[in-house]
Design a protein around this ligand. Structure first.
Ligand SMILES: Cc1ncc(COP(=O)(O)O)c(C=O)c1O
Length: 377
């Protein structure tokens, strides 16, 4: 029998929003405060300093913006580029597609490098474009570090190596929405110019904060970038940074306290340990998928994602039915297949506030087999 809402606790295994740790929930359970009081600027100062650690940068300038990942994208693009600028962008799944759509709607000239969904960014194609671009008309390379729709992680160090190899000055703008705080990310070492994430992913907070970090080169580009920007203008933030009051508009007091606790938890565990935990959970999930006799949508091992696994179902099953059954029978939330892979894959999120015992819920199904009606025998 199906239920509208299955019995028992909900097991949230979509690849964001993710489970929020109790200490973060408690830290946010508070009244509003005057954000011009001395307390909020003092808190913000520590947040801006500490948030750099999740990007592994010492030279970056961070911005905490009331928005989601989509707004963080827009902030990265409009602050560093001008309409008509040529950019190269990789299309490997639904989120890179949506970012490209935004890039085109913001009037950039986008060279799209498309790969089959389940494959990573085509770096050979990037190499050809860089090789041909002697006059440096390409102003930026945009890449989604971890494509949440297909469970593919791209090699950012390789992108940097290519740009350096061709001595190409293009900015590197990276969507780290489903990687940062879970998958190894090194902004300074990899020469990333703008990195961004959203609070509801591996930071394990509620949705509503876009966290963007800009390299000195990106900050320089922002001085001449002509894209129209108002709400996302970094200059408005910088004015208030100088004043020591930090906020050009009203911040969410609750999210600021939530971020403080979320960062404290990550640092207490140790960022490298957090990344190692995600690597274990990713591997466990892939082993479970193998034990089910099912295939990973990700076509190559070096692209395997440690935050999300897209599982390919047999052709006689609609993956949306699997997701529906998981929800109605087990109160288990799995991710749907999106766009090109709709009906073909379901996604298991394994990021953020999770441990092996918690993760055991979807993985314990590893002893079972998916049957023809999309449930497990
Ligand atoms: C990789 C990636 N980028 C961007 C987004 C868009 O973020 P948001 O839904 O917070 O706007 C998502 C959302 O899942 C994502 O997974």
């Amino acid at each position: 029998m199906d239920f509208v809402y299955g019995p028992g606790k909900n097991h949230l295994f979509v690849p964001g929003p993710v489970n929020i740790p109790e200490p973060v929930i408690r830290a946010m359970n508070r009244n509003n405060e005057d954000y011009r009081s001395p307390a909020i600027p003092a808190l913000t100062k520590t947040l801006l300093e500490d948030v750099k650690k999740i990007f592994k940068t010492t030279s970056g300038t961070p911005f905490l913006i009331p928005t989601t990942g989509t707004g963080a994208w827009e902030s990265a693009l409009t602050n560093t580029l001008s309409p008509g600028d040529r950019i190269v962008s990789f299309l490997i799944g639904q989120f890179s597609l949506l970012w490209i759509d935004q890039q085109q709607r913001l009037n950039f000239r986008v060279d799209v490098i498309e790969s089959e969904w389940g494959r990573g960014a085509d770096l050979d194609a990037l190499a050809s474009k860089l090789e041909a671009d002697r006059s440096h008309t390409i102003k930026a390379v945009c890449i989604v570090h971890n494509e949440t729709a297909t469970g593919v992680t791209n090699d950012l160090a390789a992108v940097r190596k290519l740009l350096d190899g061709y001595r190409h000055p293009a900015l590197v703008l990276v969507d780290g929405v489903s990687s940062i705080c879970a998958i190894d990310f090194r902004m300074d070492e990899w020469g990333v110019d703008v990195a961004l994430t959203g609070s509801q992913k591996a930071l394990s907070m509620p949705t509503g904060m876009g966290i963007v970090c800009a390299s000195p080169k990106a900050m320089e580009a922002a001085k001449t970038a002509k894209s129209v920007r108002v709400f996302f203008d970094w200059n408005d933030y910088l004015k208030f940074y100088k004043l020591g009051t930090f906020w050009p508009y009203t911040p969410s007091i609750q999210l600021l306290y939530g971020l403080r606790t979320a960062l404290d938890l990550l640092f207490e565990e140790g960022l490298d340990n957090v990344i190692a935990r995600h690597s274990r959970l990713g591997k466990a999930t892939r082993l479970a998928v193998e034990a089910w006799g099912l295939k990973n949508c990700t076509q190559r091992e070096d692209w395997f994602s440690d935050t999300v696994t897209a599982v390919v179902v047999p052709p006689y099953i609609n993956s949306a039915d699997v997701v529906k059954r998981a929800w109605t029978r087990y109160n288990l939330s799995l991710g749907l297949g999106l766009n090109k892979v709709a009906g073909k894959v379901f996604r298991i999120g394994h990021l953020g506030n999770l441990n092996e015992a918690f993760h055991f819920n979807p993985c314990r199904l590893s002893g079972l087999r998916l049957n023809t009606v999309g449930t497990w025998d």
